[in-house]
Design a protein around this ligand. Structure first.
Ligand SMILES: [Zn+2]
Length: 63
């Protein structure tokens, strides 16, 4: 789980921010990984998370 790549940009500049939650320093999105798949969020200026609809599967990111 330490070698994740970003589901949006494919970058490796990803940091862990919580249990199953990660942040991409390249495209500034937060994403969570679970057995149900990937959820991506943009972080608003006020700290609010906005869901990004995505068809990316956990399988693709974790491979
Ligand atoms: Zn990214």
């Amino acid at each position: 789980m330490d070698s994740l790549s970003c589901p949006q940009c494919g970058g490796r500049n990803v940091g862990k921010v919580g249990t199953g939650q990660f942040y991409c320093w390249d495209c500034y999105i937060e994403f969570s990984v679970s057995h149900r798949g990937i959820r991506m969020y943009t972080v608003e200026a006020d700290g609010e998370l906005t869901r990004i609809e995505s068809a990316v599967s956990a399988k693709e990111v974790l491979s």
